[in-house]
Design a protein around this ligand. Structure first.
Ligand code: F6P
Length: 534
């Protein structure tokens, strides 16, 4: 029997079992928590028992996760639909040696890292200045992976942000750049155009807008532009001095790119030393992922929990709930990482995927979410596996009492999801309030929590640059392992292409230059409405 078949059987058996009962096994906490350094993943509050865990590990073994992992780390072209290696791990392993097609790629990685670090230092110290003096603001123009990583990191690492303020413009909606530039002084602003391809229409349009904004006040606006891209010819054609162009190779996927020069804005904000601590955290997770047995390997375990919830039990979504306000953009970051990587309907060999693809990922920081959507998580008819993240310590010693409340809320939520509240308990509660008879029953039923809802908790000492690096690399490898088990290519993104093409074909229709006769009636009518009202 294959591991999938065993798991299908175990999935059915789990339906009649309560997670709380699994804790009768005195060893559960030892077996269902894993750690690396001082970071702990607790997955004991899931409906996975010892037999299921063994079958899940067997699944990873059958899928040959270990061989795929080695292939990735050593530069094999595992992104087969684009013919590329997948080496974002090389960006955080600066002392390493990685050979692609007989060439050690690391000297170039190190050189770019050193140039970016020197530039970041110069911007921070004022050696590199704008027309009006020291740079006060950095505007990163990019979208998707060229935005979400540094934007998420800028918020996450605010306690370390002692350089210029950073701003992030991604949307082609003119409102975004308009509202961002309003209030900034072009004479002391640095614009970073971040685009792997340097063709993305949103980014290039916003870059043009920023250039015009700067040109109105700055004699040599190009001097206050930098670029991050794999396309050196295009950055040159755009007029950006090669001294301020930071390249990377096509073996870094957009959503995996914040470790390299795409992280330049973050590097300027927190300084290259702190940025290197972030890289070190990622490298530490790489070492853990590469060497720990599956039963103690955080990314592998997190992936297996995900497979259990989505592909075996059929829970289509996954909530990421950081009890850490500074991780407020982590859910958005993970949406791209997970959904662009594993939202595929075809396996690596082109055959139809016979399993569900990766889950819908969503979330908001706690405690805010508690006052918004947790109602559904606790009492809705669909089960939403929850992933909590929390630090033992905040960065505001004077507000330690608030941090304690934050942690109490985080732990309370996973406890409530686990335990629930029975009808008897709810009835007793209502009886205490003086209700009787049918009204007591009716009111009690509304106050029942089914419980038995799965969650994991990732707990770490404090959200430092190192820990952020660990967290991001943990999720990257989790996505990788899930992709290997599902047999798909986590590193392409063909699903974003069609909409881009159609947007191009719609521009002339919206302008009235074409009648849109090839379009469906709904699209034609919407375009006509636009023309009538714009
Ligand atoms: O459209 C999707 C995508 O290609 C993402 O994968 C990528 O992160 C984003 O667009 C931005 O691409 P670029 O960095 O080339 O501008």
């Amino acid at each position: 029997m294959s591991a999938w078949e065993t798991l299908a059987r175990l999935g059915k058996a789990a339906a009649g079992r309560r997670i709380l009962d699994l804790f009768q096994d005195g060893d559960r906490m030892a077996q269902f928590t894993a750690r690396t350094g001082s970071m702990v993943l607790d997955f004991s509050k899931t409906n996975i028992d010892a037999e299921t865990l063994a079958a899940l590990i067997e699944l990873a073994t059958e899928a040959d996760v270990a061989a795929h992992r080695e292939a990735m780390f050593t530069g094999a072209r595992i992104n087969q639909t684009e013919g590329r290696a997948v080496l974002h791990t090389a960006l955080r392993n600066l002392a390493g040696r990685v050979v692609v097609d007989g060439v050690d790629v690391m000297p170039e990685v190190r050189e770019t890292h050193a140039r970016a670090s020197a530039f970041a230092r110069d911007v921070r110290s004022g050696v590199f200045a704008g027309q009006g003096g020291r740079i006060t603001d950095v505007v990163n123009i990019g979208i998707g992976g060229s935005d979400l990583g540094p934007a998420m990191g800028w918020l996450a690492l605010q306690p370390y942000a002692d350089g210029p303020r950073c701003h992030f413009v991604s949307n082609v909606d003119g409102a975004h750049i308009h509202d961002t530039l309003r209030g900034l002084n072009p004479e002391t602003t640095l614009v970073i155009v971040a685009s792997k391809t340097f063709t993305t229409i949103e980014t290039m349009t916003n870059a043009d807008t920023a250039k015009a904004w700067m040109a109105a006040k700055v004699a040599q606006p190009g001097r206050q532009f930098a670029a991050v891209s794999t396309a050196a010819e295009r950055t040159a054609a755009y007029g950006i001095d090669p001294a301020r162009v930071f390249g990377f190779e096509d073996w870094v996927g957009g959503r995996y790119s914040m470790w390299g020069p795409i992280g330049l804005s973050l590097m300027i904000a927190i300084g290259p030393e702190r940025f290197d601590e972030f890289l070190a955290g990622g490298a530490a997770m790489d070492a853990h992922f590469r060497s720990e047995p599956f039963a103690r390997n955080l990314p592998v375990l997190l992936a297996l929990v995900g497979i259990w919830h989505n592909q075996i039990l059929g829970h289509a979504t996954r909530a990421v709930l950081p009890y850490d306000q500074r991780l407020s953009r982590l859910p958005a970051y993970l949406q791209q990482l997970e959904m662009e990587s594993n939202g595929k309907r075809v396996a690596m060999d082109g055959s139809d995927l016979t399993l569900n693809s990766g889950p819908v990922v969503w979330g908001e920081p706690g405690t805010n979410g508690q006052h918004a959507f947790y109602q559904l998580i606790h009492q809705g008819t669909r089960v939403v596996p929850c992933e909590f993240l929390v630090a033992a310590k905040g960065h505001e010693p004077a507000l330690a009492h608030q941090h304690l409340l934050l942690v109490a809320n985080c732990l309370a939520q996973s406890e409530a999801l686990l335990r629930g509240r029975s009808l008897d308990e709810a009835r007793a509660m209502m009886a205490k309030k003086g209700l009787t008879g049918e009204e007591l029953d009716r009111q009690a039923r509304h106050r029942v929590f089914p419980g038995n809802r799965p969650s994991t908790t990732l707990i770490y000492p404090q959200l430092t640059p190192f820990v952020l690096g660990q967290i991001i690399a943990l999720y990257e490898h989790r996505v990788f392992v899930e992709g290997v088990i599902l047999g798909l290519n986590s590193f392409d993104q063909w699903g974003v292409e069609l909409g881009k093409e159609l947007a191009l074909s719609l521009s002339p229709v919206l302008k009235g230059a074409e009648d849109g006769s090839g379009k469906d009636p709904s699209t034609r009518a919407l375009a006509a409405y636009f023309r009538d009202h714009a």
